[in-house]
Write a protein that binds this ligand. Structure first.
Ligand SMILES: [Zn+2]
Length: 295
């Protein structure tokens, strides 16, 4: 809902809006496991065909584009991660998993985490509380059924949260959310001023491949940043985190980064990270557990 005349809102109105979801205590550990100097948390959002289906459309060409993510993107990513002995988290909309459940097996067998990413990549802010709760529960159950592992992580599709998302994720027993942007480092989420116990592993548009590389014909977005520039931005994010002894979290999409001209960005970044010193490369679930205990 957009307010016509926001300057007329009294504090009794704007303060509760701000307090619905807010950053609570910082979860910045004094040390990382095994003497690592920094943490690099990689995530891959496997939207695949639901990037299109979740908008209510089903253009054949755009579904094929999603298919590319599963057929070529994910295998290339798994290959790079294996070569650098990195763990990562794959956020999967339930329908993107159900289209071809066997495609999740190589991800799970390599020890990576699968997290919830909506039912069909729907925009959460469009849902009423009951529908959102039902979809969140069903998405988690569907992924658990396909992989044999109950997901503990949640990422809202399009990072679009309703006023209820954080409270529902806490209520359903998730360990962490990774859809918000209030810090570089992890923090505990507050819901209406109350601690939820839910860890936030913050994302940011600056650390998302789609911002720089995702071409859309309609609506027309053509943010074609050269791959070298994308690598440079991510490397700077990592280097600064390394110097601070902190966390660098990145978001990739198999149908964005998985191309022959781009996959090297991930490869080179991991090479660079390993060359700088001791770096921890955990799944988001392992990261959430560590910061919760160590902070
Ligand atoms: Zn997504």
């Amino acid at each position: 809902m957009t307010r016509e005349r926001p300057w007329e809102m009294p504090e009794t109105e704007w303060r509760p809006l701000v307090e619905r979801v807010r950053a609570g205590r910082p979860l910045r550990p004094k040390a990382w496991p095994d003497g690592a100097q920094a943490a690099l948390a990689l995530s891959f959002d496997c939207d695949h065909e639901t990037f299109e289906l979740g908008t209510g459309r089903a253009a054949i060409g755009r579904l094929a584009w999603g298919e590319y993510g599963r057929r070529r993107g994910v295998p290339r990513i798994l290959d790079v991660l294996a070569r650098h002995e990195a763990q990562a988290t794959f956020f999967v909309p339930a329908v993107a998993g159900l289209i071809e459940p066997g495609a999740l097996a190589p991800i799970v067998e390599a020890g990576h985490e699968i997290g919830v990413h909506g039912w069909i990549h729907e925009n959460t802010s469009l849902l009423d509380r009951e529908t959102e709760r039902d979809l969140m529960q069903r998405a988690r159950d569907a992924l658990a059924g396909m992989t044999g592992i109950e997901p503990v992580g949640h990422r809202a599709a399009n990072w679009d949260l309703s006023a209820h998302t954080v409270a529902l994720a806490a209520e359903l027993g998730f360990s962490y959310d990774s859809s918000l942007m209030a810090d570089d480092e992890c923090y505990e989420l507050l819901s209406d001023g109350q601690p939820t116990g839910l860890v936030e592993i913050p994302v940011d548009w600056a650390r998302d491949d789609a911002v720089y590389l995702l071409f859309n014909r309609e609506p027309p977005t053509r943010p074609w940043t050269p791959p070298e520039a994308v690598f440079d931005i991510f490397r700077r994010e990592f280097d600064a985190a390394f110097d601070e002894g902190g966390l660098c979290q990145l978001v990739f999409h198999p149908f964005v980064i998985g191309y022959r001209s781009r996959i090297w960005i991930l490869d080179r970044l991991l090479e660079h990270a390993r060359a700088r010193g001791k770096v921890w490369l955990p799944s988001h679930a392992a990261l959430a557990d560590w910061v919760r205990k160590a902070a």
